[in-house]
Design a protein around this ligand. Sequence first.
Ligand SMILES: [Zn+2]
Length: 181
Amino acid sequence: MTSEINIEPEDCVVKQLQEKGIKPKDLKAVVISHVHHDHTGGLADLFEAPIFMSKEHWKAFSRPVYASIEGCAPSHWPKKFVPTFLEAIGGPIGPFPHSYPLTEDGKVVAVDTPGHVTGHISVIVFAEDTTYFLTGDATYSLDLLDREETDGVNDDPKKAVETMRKIKQFAREREVVVLWE
Ligand SMILES: [Zn+2]
């Protein structure tokens, strides 16, 4: 089975930013959970900002031939693409043993959520009223998360389940809104 993703011009990231009065060059960081093709569309338009990902992930996926076989579209990456690597200088957050601070105040951080692919990361935003957890492809729905059921392709299904358990543990400790990319 093949699936097609149709993105209308008005759906593209640059257009959506424009509607909020933000130019791509104003971005301080672009954080991607992993480089599968459906998570990197439009990345070439954001080349002026540092594009963050985990070093472990890039080590596994930086070779274009391998990346293509694994469901990536390296031809859509920015020219001479060199990502900026996240640094695990933050302390533990809930069940996650360490974190990658993305802002100085520590209110936006990345955490390791491997399983779907090596070095996959998710982003946590500690907002005033609640906490947002941006899963990437660590899970696809609350229902799947609830049942700890992996879906789609996972490089390491055992780790994928461990990751889901950690997300649930994190959500037991505070109010969390889970968001999918
Ligand atoms: Zn993926």
